[in-house]
Design a protein around this ligand. Sequence first.
Ligand code: FEO
Length: 135
Amino acid sequence: MPLIEWSENFSVNIPSIDEQHKKIVHMVNELHEAMITDKGNSVLGKIFGELIQYTKTHFSYEEKLFQTYGYPEAEDHKQSHDALTSKTMALQKDFETGSTTIMFEVSDFLKSWLTNHIQGQDKKYAPFLSSKGVT
Ligand code: FEO
């Protein structure tokens, strides 16, 4: 059973962004699955690294849209992205220095992040970006 089930509750009703969020959900589930089936550190490290990279790309995509259309809450939103990136990279460092149990913290953290950030701050920009014609 996946750690996170995609549902319409996650949708921001902007297809390009929903697709990216779905991919992040998929990657978090993949990481969780690798963890509970004892895939080993090299596999976990690879999936985790790819997830971090993809998430950074996604954050940049949103921030570029904010900049292009002058989203008024861009600064607060970017600060959340930066905090989430820092935390995830700190967890990656802990993992690389030998703690495998850290992965349980990682999946808990990512699950709550996805739920809180997407359903909170991301949903907040949806009407604004939709009104600008972003799809
Ligand atoms: Fe979809 Fe603000 O991250």
